[in-house]
Design a protein around this ligand. Structure first.
Ligand code: NAG
Length: 806
C-alpha cells in the first residue's frame, strides 16, 4: 500500500477531477419548487419535470399539479428517503384525484459527465372503491446550447411502446432519455364515446415545442395550451347536448405534433387504476444501459443502506421516552430527507438597488460607495449560480442567507462534503465589498414566486451571520477524527515536533463517506480558500452595521463595539430575521442586542477558523474584538432595572434608553452561549424562559412573552409563534454550555433542557402526524402548525434535537 500512495503525486491530472466528490452531485431533484423536477447543477441545461391532472372531469386540468402549491390541497408530499448522491423516494398523496404517487430516483454513477439516473413514477388509488384516473405528463427541455430529438416513430394517433429522446449539450455531452411503461398498466379504454377514439386510446401522446432559450421553466403553460387547443378541435363535433361529451381522457390529450428543432418534449400517459412508468437518463460516456431491474434492485439497496446509515448518524437515544418510537424514527428520516431533497440549483440574474436607504440608515462614517453606485434604482446583476437548501418547497423555494447556516448544520451531519459544496457556492456570492444578499432570488423562475416589492436586495442590508456555523461544525468533525493538522501541514513550526494526523478508527470509512474528512490536506485547502472571502464578509459587517456610542454619552468599555441593523422600516426589521418583533421607533442612534450578539458569535467562529488554519495574528485580533463585544453587551445592553438584556434607543431629548420587550430578543447572549456559565444574568434569563406567563409553552419557547401587550397582535409573525431554529439555539446553549458546565444554574439548565427538548419534539411530530406537514412556526397557545408548509428548512432541525447533535 505504501508504494501505491507514493505513486499518487505522479497522477494528479487523473485525480484532480474526482478528488472532492462533486461529480456525484451533478444531478438531483434540484428543482424543489416542483413536485418532481430533476436537473443537473449546470446553468442552462436539461430540465425535467412531472405534471399530472385527474381525468374524472373536465375541470381538474385547471388544477394541474406541477409546482408545489399550498393551494393544490395535497394531503402531503414527502421524501421518505433522500440522499444527494444516491437518490430518493417520495410519496405524494393527492386525495382530490384519488391517487397516491411514488417518485423514485436512482442515481447511477459512470462516465465523465455527471452519470446517469433512472426514475420510476408509480400511482395507486388512495380509495380503491372509487375510480382513480389520472393523466401524467413528463417533460424534458434543453435551455442552452445543444439539441434534443425524438427517435420514436411519429404517429398522429400517439406512440406505442417506449418514447426515446436523444440529445447532447456542452456539459452533459451525449445522452439518451427513455420513457418506458410498466408491465401492468391499464390505459383508459372505456368511457363515453370510447369507440370513436379507439385509435388513440391506450397510447402515449407527445408534443415537441420550439420555445425560446431560458423558458423551459414555463413548460406547463406551453403544454396545457397545446392540450387545450387540441381538445377544442376534438370536442367540436360533440357540442350538441344530445350527443354528450366524450370521456375527458379521450379529449385532454397532447396533439402528437413534434416540430423539428424542438427544445421541449412532453410525454403524456393516461391511466385507470394502479400504474407505473420509468424514465431512464443514460449519459453516453457511461456506456451502461439501464433497465427496470437496475432501477428496482438499486432502489431496494438504496433504501436499506439509507436506513442503516440513518440509524447510525441520527439515532434516537434510548433515554428518550416515547410510545411512538417507530413513527418518530420515520418522521426524523422524512424531515432530514426533505431538507436534503429540498436542495435546489439556481442560476440567473438578481435585482439589486445600490442607492436605496432609509433616512435613519444614513450616517457619516459608513459612506464609502462610489458616486456611481449611489444612483437609486433597481438593476439586474450578472447571473450567478447557487446550490442551496430551501426553507419551503411551496413558499420559499430559493436561498435564504440566515436559514442556510442552520440548514448546513443538519446537511453536514448527513453529508459533510455536500454541506461544503453548498457553503462554497454561498461564499462565492460574497462581493468585493464583502456583502451577500439575504434572499437569493436568481433567475426568472425564482422571481416568479416573489412579490415585486420583495425582489430587490440592497447592499447595505445584512442578515444574521449564520454561515460560519457550518464552518465550525466542519472543523469540529475534523477534530473529532484527528487531533488536527500537524504544524508541518500548516507550514508552521512551533518547535514542538510535528504531530501525526491519525484517523481515529472509531468510525468506519463507509460511514464517514467524506473525502474532506479523510484528507486533511484537502480540508485545509478548502478552509484556506474560503477564509479570505469570509473575512471580507466579516469586515463588511463590522464596517456597515456599526452603531453609535459616544454620540449619546453612553458608557462602555469599548468605544467601538456597538451595532445597528440597517434597512429597518417603522414596524419591521426584516434584516434581523425577526421581521415584526417589537423594536421601538427607528433612530440612527439605536443599538440592536441581537446584532451585537451575532457579531460576538461571528467573531468567535472566525477566531476558531483562524486558529485552525494557522492564521495566528488574525486569531489574536479576533480574541480582542470578541472580548470588547462581550464587555459592551454588558455595558450597553443589560438593564439592571428590568433584569434583562435589551435594545437601546434614543429619546426626543437625545437621551439613550433601553427598549425591553421580553421574548427571543432578550435571550440572545444566552442563545449564542456568550454568557459565562456563572454569569449572574443567567438566572433571570432562565426565569423568563421557563415562565409560562412569558416564553414557556408546552410546545416550545414563544417568540414574544404571553404577557406582552403586543402578544399575538398584528401580523403575529414574531409576536408569539414558536420557531424551531430559535428553540434549537436555546437547546444547543443549554446542552453544550449551561447544562454541561459547572455553575450555579447547571441543575436548572439540565431540567429546562430535558423538558424543552421533549416539548419541541413531541409537538412538531404530533402536528406532522395530524396534518401531514412540517410547518414554518407553531401557535404560541395551541402548538398547532402555522403558515408555510411543508417547511422542511430549519424546522427539520428537530432531527438534530432528537439525536442531540448540537
Ligand atoms: C470540487 O471540484 C470542482 C471541480 O474542480 C469545483 O468546481 C468545486 O468548487 C470543488 N468543490 C469544493 C467544495 O471545493
Amino acid at each position: 500500500m505504501r508504494s501505491l500512495l507514493l505513486l499518487l503525486p505522479l497522477v494528479p491530472a487523473v485525480l484532480s477531477e474526482a478528488v472532492n466528490g462533486s461529480e456525484s452531485l451533478v444531478w438531483g431533484a434540484y428543482r424543489p419548487n416542483l413536485y418532481f423536477g430533476l436537473r443537473p447543477r449546470v446553468p442552462q441545461s436539461l430540465m425535467t419535470g412531472l405534471m399530472w391532472f385527474g381525468t374524472q372531469n373536465y375541470q381538474s386540468i385547471s388544477k394541474t399539479r406541477h409546482t408545489c402549491e399550498q393551494g393544490d390541497g395535497l394531503d402531503s408530499y414527502t421524501w421518505t428517503n433522500y440522499d444527494a448522491r444516491e437518490g430518493g423516494i417520495q410519496i405524494i398523496k393527492d386525495s382530490l384525484n384519488n391517487v397516491k404517487l411514488t417518485t423514485e430516483l436512482l442515481k447511477v454513477p459512470g462516465g465523465d459527465h455527471g452519470g446517469s439516473w433512472a426514475a420510476r413514477i408509480k400511482g395507486e388509488p388512495i380509495n380503491p372503491d372509487i375510480p382513480s384516473r389520472i393523466s401524467t405528463i413528463f417533460y424534458a427541455g434543453l435551455d442552452g446550447l445543444g439539441g434534443i430529438d425524438m427517435e420514436s416513430e411519429e404517429n398522429e394517433n400517439g406512440v406505442d411502446g417506449p418514447v426515446v429522446l436523444t440529445g447532447s449539450s456542452v456539459d452533459l455531452d451525449e445522452f439518451t432519455l427513455r420513457i418506458v411503461d410498466g408491465p401492468d398498466n391499464s390505459g383508459v379504454l372505456n368511457g363515453a364515446h370510447a369507440q370513436a377514439f379507439a385509435d388513440r386510446s391506450g397510447k402515449t401522446h407527445v408534443a415537441g415545442f420550439r420555445i425560446p432559450p431560458g423558458t423551459i421553466w414555463q413548460a406547463k403553460d406551453h403544454i396545457l395550451q397545446n392540450i387545450i387547443q387540441h381538445a377544442q378541435g376534438v370536442i367540436a363535433p360533440y357540442r350538441d347536448p344530445s350527443v354528450g361529451q366524450p370521456d375527458p381522457s379521450f379529449v385532454l390529450q397532447l396533439s402528437d405534433e413534434v416540430y423539428s428543432g424542438s427544445s421541449l418534449y412532453a410525454i403524456q400517459k393516461f391511466f385507470d387504476g394502479p400504474f407505473q412508468f420509468d424514465v431512464f437518463f443514460e449519459s453516453a460516456s457511461a456506456k451502461q444501459k439501464l433497465t427496470s431491474t437496475t432501477l428496482e434492485e438499486g432502489i431496494k439497496a438504496f433504501k436499506t443502506s439509507y436506513d442503516t446509515r440513518f440509524d447510525k448518524l441520527f439515532p434516537i437515544p434510548p433515554s428518550y421516552q416515547t410510545s411512538k418510537l417507530d413513527s418518530l424514527k420515520e418522521f426524523s428520516k422524512a424531515i432530514t430527507s426533505n431538507l436534503i431533497g429540498g436542495i435546489g440549483y439556481f442560476y440567473g440574474t438578481s435585482i439589486v438597488d445600490k442607492g436605496f436607504a432609509y433616512e435613519w440608515d444614513q450616517d457619516d462614517d459608513t459612506d464609502e460607495q462610489d458616486e456611481d453606485d449611489k444612483k437609486k434604482g433597481a438593476r439586474l446583476t450578472e447571473p450567478k449560480a447557487l446550490l442551496t437548501a430551501t426553507p419551503s418547497r411551496s413558499f420559499f423555494p430559493r436561498g435564504f442567507y440566515w436559514d442556510e447556516g442552520f440548514h448546513l448544520l443538519h446537511v453536514g451531519e448527513w453529508d459533510n462534503d455536500l454541506s461544503l459544496e453548498i457553503l462554497k457556492d454561498w461564499i462565492n456570492l460574497i462581493d468585493d465589498n464583502g456583502w451577500v444578499a439575504r434572499e437569493q432570488i436568481l433567475g426568472e423562475e425564482a422571481r416568479s414566486k416573489v412579490p415585486a416589492e420583495f425582489q430587490t436586495q440592497v447592499p447595505t442590508f445584512a442578515n444574521p451571520p449564520t454561515l460560519t456555523m457550518a464552518v465550525t461544525a466542519f472543523i469540529d468533525r475534523l477534530k473529532a477524527l484527528s487531533p488536527g493538522p500537524s504544524e508541518q501541514e500548516l507550514g508552521l513550526d512551533f518547535g514542538m515536533g510535528s504531530s501525526q494526523v491519525v484517523m481515529s478508527d472509531q468510525k468506519p470509512q463507509s460511514e464517514i463517506r467524506s473525502r474532506y474528512l479523510s484528507d486533511p490536506e484537502l480540508s485545509l485547502g478548502y478552509l484556506r480558500s474560503i477564509y479570505q472571502p469570509l473575512k471580507r464578509h466579516y469586515d463588511w459587517f463590522r464596517r456597515t452595521q456599526r452603531g453609535q456610542i459616544k454620540q449619546y454619552g453612553r458608557k462602555a468599555r469599548s468605544r467601538t463595539e456597538a451595532y445597528r441593523w440597517r434597512g429597518r422600516s417603522k414596524d419591521h426589521v426584516l434584516t434581523s430575521g425577526m421581521d415584526d418583533y417589537p423594536r421601538g421607533p427607528p433612530h440612527a442612534g439605536e443599538l440592536h442586542l441581537d446584532l451585537i450578539s451575532w457579531m460576538a458569535f461571528f467573531t468567535r467562529t472566525m477566531r476558531d477558523i483562524a486558529q485552525f488554519i494557522g492564521e495566528t495574528d488574525d486569531a489574536a485580533a479576533f480574541i480582542e474584538v470578541e472580548k470588547a463585544i462581550l464587555d459592551n453587551i454588558e455595558d450597553l445592553h443589560w438593564s439592571e432595572e428590568n433584569q434583562m438584556y435589551c435594545d437601546v434607543n434614543v429619546d426626543d431629548e437625545d437621551e439613550s434608553y433601553h427598549v425591553c420587550d421580553k421574548g427571543y430578543l432578550s435571550l440572545f447572549p444566552f442563545l449564542l452561549s456568550l454568557l459565562p456559565s456563572d454569569s449572574p444574568h443567567l438566572g433571570p434569563i432562565l426565569d423568563m424562559l421557563r415562565d409560562p406567563e412569558h416564553l414557556w409553552s408546552p410546545y416550545g419557547l414563544r417568540s414574544l412573552s404571553a404577557s406582552h401587550p403586543q402578544f399575538g397582535q398584528g401580523e403575529n409573525y414574531w409576536k408569539g409563534p414558536i420557531w424551531m431554529q430559535m428553540n434549537y439555539l436555546a437547546l444547543s446553549a443549554l446542552h453544550k454550555t449551561y447544562a454541561a458546565q459547572e455553575g450555579p444554574y447547571q441543575k436548572r439548565a439540565q431540567e429546562v433542557y430535558a423538558e424543552l427538548r421533549k416539548n419541541v419534539i413531541d409537538n412538531v411530530h404530533k402536528e406532522y402526524e395530524r396534518t401531514g406537514y412540517v410547518w414554518e412556526q407553531y401557535d404560541a397557545k395551541t402548538g398547532e402548525g402555522r403558515r408555510s408548509h411543508p417547511f422542511t428548512g430549519w424546522t427539520s432541525l428537530v432531527t438534530l434535537i432528537i439525536s442531540e447533535k448540537y
